[in-house]
Design a protein. Sequence first.
Length: 321
Amino acid sequence: MRRKARELFSLLVIIFLLPYVVTLFMNGAHIKTSSRVKEDYVKVQVGTRVEEIVWEKYLAGVLAKEMAADSELEALKAQAVILRSGFYEKLDHDRKTIFTDDFYSMEELEQEWGEETETCKENLKRAVQETDQMVLQYQDQYVMLPYHKLSAGKTRSGQEVFGGESYPYLPARDCPKDLEAKEQLQECVLPYHKVKEKCRKFLTAVENPEETKEDKKATFDDFEIQGTDAAGYVTTVRIGQATCTGEEFREALELPSSHFSFQEQKGKLQITSGGIGHGVGMSQYTANQMAKEGKGYEEILQYFYEGAQLKDGGEIFLKLE
């Protein structure tokens, strides 16, 4: 009797659960996939609109904008980890973050790379997918991970540039291969008064209105580099009676970097710049050379961000819930 009762109960359970089991079997995978795809979209400011873009495509698009897509795969992976770390940090602070980083759409990539588009797309896809979820942290915290295109032969110490003791993971690193780059040295020649015009915002605070009339009589002696850091990047520039930082002078003159020197050339100022970018953190050029030598992205990141650790940052959709 009891056996029959148990059999009857089991049959009722099966009958009751059968529709659910069949539905789950037929649609479960589809339901999960649909939900995941939706959650993997991130919000991006595109012009005046906010669009939802698939996370992996957006990350690949930003990667293409920040680093040449035909770079070595391991160098692209290192850059992908740096970018992902920054995005994850933003999402950890605000899950409703609207990203504003410039990126290449796949259509723009085709215009940029032409016949090499498919190879570049594959490189970008692999760089993103083969570092999936990987982020770089220092002492279990997201930190600033600066990078630049090309150093002047040596990266700058983060503690020297930013001051304080908060940047031990940004050491000065030798990058001798950077000196071999075709873009390493760039020259700009301008009349002295043109240089002063471009730097006017630094000068008005110390010069009298009458003195501005004498701009055309400026000489080489009016320009002096008064300070540099250990990597040779200019920290202080004197222009007449005024002073500004090397970065301010660089921005005013639209120079490739603040690693520059002055020479006189036929009554004009010749400015010779070294490297491209601020010089702190990873040099993309050296990263690419290291990749050519067989170094993996983990070793590249460790070289430029000493003591920082690669970690699994988790699924992106969990940060968007």
